[in-house]
Design a protein. Sequence first.
Length: 201
Amino acid sequence: MNIKKIDYLRLIILIIIFLKIIFFIVYKAIFILNKYDMKYLINNGYLAPLISYELVKPNLSNIKITAGDYNLKELANVVCNKYLITEILYSTKDLIEKSHKTIVFAVNIQHAKLLEVGYKELGFDVLSVHSQLSKNIIKFRLEWFKQKSYKPKILVSVIMLTTGFDLPETDCAVIARPTKSQNLYKQMVGRILRLSEKKEK
């Protein structure tokens, strides 16, 4: 075996060792993040207290499960029902009126538009953000939501605000998008758990 082959084998061994170290670090990081779950973070003052209500319970028993969550097309057919929309609107009305800023999580764009129109008819200041809007309109609507107001504000979202959006004053979430995914649920609820002076008062 010549010197070049020995050096090549050493390089392969070093790469394998390096990859094992990276895998171990990532695994430990995931383990630590899972250990410090939402309940732990709330109890230790890292997140705001959570009060949850199951106000509407649609029948989801006939919806197929795709990749561990409800099939979106079938789910949309259920949640876009006008009677269910009305039930969501009126069951959340009082809670939203007592809040500063509310994010409503919708299943798809049609669902978001129905909720937006419905909340407007109830007298709320409400806008929606989804993929059919231009980047400038989305930016404008997010800035509108962030601005201070004496009236409650509602932002209806399709996927967009589950991550990467941080506004601690947001103190109410309407999960109108049922999910079997714990990660997605935590992402949605996490939008309202940031610490804020208004929440502490």
